[in-house]
Design a protein around this ligand. Structure first.
Ligand code: ATP
Ligand code: ZN
Length: 292
């Protein structure tokens, strides 16, 4: 059938943002009672709600065309020796975390080299051992599905390699973060076999909307008044702005109103620099949708 099926996490850290992102692309779903399969209304894109760990397999088996999952999970499957590549179509920027090595506070392990020959507990053995091998370290992986942080205390590992975002769990277990192996975020993956050509146009439409949403999330619409003789300088100070629109100010022939879309984050420092260059009445507003 000429529909696209997307796998997302059913419940967990990525669920809300994954669904929200698709809804921001204008997709609406009829939610089924068992909540596993949501039919797309208006736009032929359906959802399959599953555990995040199952998403790579679902794509490899061609059950879904697209999937949103952490790069940590997709890469673990790739490094396990899966020959077919899951293609990362877009980095979605949420679900950020880092795969870090942590050791007990008084372990005496202070550098990566000290880990050579050690046992490392992790839910990501393939990714961890390949990242360590790239750094010339060979260690033994102890695979645990969860609660990796208790492994050193139980005496089943010398160190752990686990996902960290704030570090609170590590501290609570008297572990210190020693090195960051990998920075991960959620990404949109495509199944390895090409999407059938009849679905390609639909996929391109979905990706164009997604790009619009992702760009809009970063972008700001900036309005200000600028002295005519400082226009060039002020345009250069606007982060990621192209071709601002200029409008005459009837009340002040020496100044113009300038409107521009900034495609990069706009910080207070930028506004201060703009003011320093003579800009006034500076307004920064969010962009909701963007196309083209
Ligand atoms: P499921 O029931 O679907 O298997 P889970 O418990 O394995 O869920 P979550 O804890 O919801 O998974 O994490 C999903 C993803 O969120 C992780 O794979 C990772 O990409 C990302 N993530 C972001 N921050 C963290 C964090 N601090 N700890 C763990 N994962 C994080
Ligand atoms: Zn999981």
């Amino acid at each position: 059938m000429n529909r696209i099926r997307v796998a997302i996490q059913k419940s967990g850290r990525l669920s809300e943002r994954s669904l929200g992102l698709l809804q921001n692309c204008g997709l609406r779903f009829a939610r089924s009672k068992d909540k596993l399969y949501w039919y797309g209304q208006d736009f032929p894109v359906d959802l399959l709600l599953v555990r995040d760990d199952d998403i790579p397999r679902i794509l490899l088996d061609g059950v879904c065309d697209l999937g949103i999952v952490g790069q940590n999970i997709a890469l673990e499957v790739m490094r396990e020796g899966e020959e077919r590549e899951l293609e990362e179509l877009r980095n979605l920027g949420f679900g950020r975390c880092r795969l870090s090595l942590a050791v007990p506070e008084k372990s005496g392990i202070s550098s990566l080299a000290d880990l050579d020959g050690c046992r490392i507990a992790t839910s990501y053995p393939a990714l961890t051992s390949s990242l360590l091998a790239e750094r010339g370290v060979r260690a033994e992986m102890v695979k645990l599905a969860g609660s990796v942080e208790i492994a050193p205390g139980l005496g089943i590992a010398d160190a752990i390699s686990d996902l960290v975002s704030t570090g609170t769990t590590l501290r609570a277990n008297h572990l210190v973060e020693m090195a960051v192996l990998f920075e991960s975020s959620a990404a949109l993956y495509c199944r390895p076999e090409r999407v059938p050509s009849k679905k390609q146009a639909l996929l391109n439409r979905l990706l164009a909307r997604l790009d619009g949403v992702l760009q809009a999330a970063e972008s700001k619409y900036v309005m200000l008044h600028a002295p005519r003789d400082a226009l060039e300088e002020i345009t250069l100070l606007l982060p990621g702005a192209e071709h601002p629109s200029l409008m005459d100010l009837e009340s002040d022939p020496d100044r113009v109103a300038l409107h521009a879309v900034c495609r990069e984050a706009v910080f207070w420092e930028h506004l201060e620099a703009l003011k320093g260059a003579g800009a006034s009445a500076i307004l920064v507003v969010p962009v909701e949708k963007m196309l083209g």
